[in-house]
Design a protein around this ligand. Sequence first.
Ligand SMILES: CC(C)(COP(=O)(O)OP(=O)(O)OC[C@H]1O[C@@H](n2cnc3c(N)ncnc32)[C@H](O)[C@@H]1OP(=O)(O)O)[C@@H](O)C(=O)NCCC(=O)NCCS
Length: 146
Amino acid sequence: MAEVTLREVTKETVRSVIDLEVAENQSHLVAPNAMSIAEAYFEPKAWFRAIYADDEPVGFIMLADDPDASRYYLWRMMLAEGQQRKGYGRRALELLVDYVRTRPNATEITVGSVPEEGSPQAFYEGFGFVPTGEVHRGEVMLRLEL
Ligand SMILES: CC(C)(COP(=O)(O)OP(=O)(O)OC[C@H]1O[C@@H](n2cnc3c(N)ncnc32)[C@H](O)[C@@H]1OP(=O)(O)O)[C@@H](O)C(=O)NCCC(=O)NCCS
């Protein structure tokens, strides 16, 4: 498998990251990367990276990184159409967990999953996330204890 890394988005790479899209029938599951980067611009607690397989950008991941609230929320995650189901998502999530473990008061990561066709809930559960029983803004909430 290619080596997966999380890299900062730069002015040289931002267009290639924005060009990464999920399949059309998955567009209800995650916001476009341009939207996520725009939201991050106004949210100082947003921490985001492009997901690379070797030197190719293949996806995007964004965390709400709030040590004051000891709240680490996996805000966005996507692998582009054609780059899914290759193990990149799991590896990228492992790297995100490694990062969160370095942060103050980190005890858990939460994520919300849209409970519709193509839902990524099984992906998160396979990783070790457990449903909390809560539904927030229509999303099923899951938690990973660190
Ligand atoms: C969900 C997503 C991030 C997973 O990344 P990925 O690189 O495709 O996943 P991986 O190849 O690392 O898969 C890891 C495991 O999860 C499983 N899996 C991946 N996506 C799945 C899905 N949507 N439903 C069920 N299982 C899934 C894989 O089969 C694999 O299982 P295995 O280890 O038993 O073989 C990616 O498919 C994606 O971007 N989907 C569309 C957008 C989306 O749903 N984003 C999440 C928003 S919260």
